[in-house]
Design a protein around this ligand. Sequence first.
Ligand SMILES: Nc1ncnc2c1ncn2[C@@H]1O[C@H](COP(=O)(O)OP(=O)(O)OP(=O)(O)O)[C@@H](O)[C@H]1O
Length: 234
Amino acid sequence: MLTLESLSLAQGNRLVLENVDGHFEAGTITALVGPNGAGKSTLVQGIMGVLKPIAGRVRCEVPKARRAWLPQQLALDLSFPMSVEELVMSGCWPTHGSFKRYGSAEYRRGQQIMHRLGLQALEHRPLGELSGGQRQRALLGRTLMQEAQLLLLDEPFANVDAATIDILIEVLRDMAASGVSIIVVLHDQDQLARLADRVLHLDRGHATWTTPNAQASAAPAPLAHRSRTAGGSA
Ligand SMILES: Nc1ncnc2c1ncn2[C@@H]1O[C@H](COP(=O)(O)OP(=O)(O)OP(=O)(O)O)[C@@H](O)[C@H]1O
């Protein structure tokens, strides 16, 4: 579904990742881990094609309309005047176009998705008035509407309450079970153990493939201390 071939990525003139190889199968959840500044967001940008490789390449079989990306919350500007329902329905845009009216089957699917994510009571609420966790649920709702086959999430559980994390993990596991390939940047060992099938560990420019169990025995504490300041990297 997605292959990285000797991929090297830079930010400005700083080499961030060198010679990364990997294969991401349909139906698997891969956690991207590593200390602050290791290049997790940089790799996500490289996979999504917003950052061009300085060497190697990203080969992706998933059409652009079926790739979805949830950037870090800090990188999101949700002041755009849009309701929860409008955001969820906008998941149709890549295949349907943004100007055509939605059909009744699409509206029904949107309603089912909002119900699944516990968003029904919030459907007319503007995005700017949502809490962090409500916003993450709405954004995940849009990717469900899009029927994404490849989903990248950058720290989706930051500032999200435990009940919402449970819902998000359940929905992500169901998406993987239906064949979606998911890549998720994580810092928390417990979330990693609950969610990931495989782990790509980034450190000092290099990438190592490992398993959630190996991570747990190597690092029982949180994987990295959160020390981000506003205006983060994604
Ligand atoms: N737009 C940018 N311009 C210049 N350097 C950047 C830019 N974005 C990131 N960097 C640098 O690239 C390196 C990798 O950053 P990146 O954000 O990918 O790390 P990360 O692993 O996602 O970190 P964190 O855990 O803090 O989110 C860091 O040294 C960072 O300072």
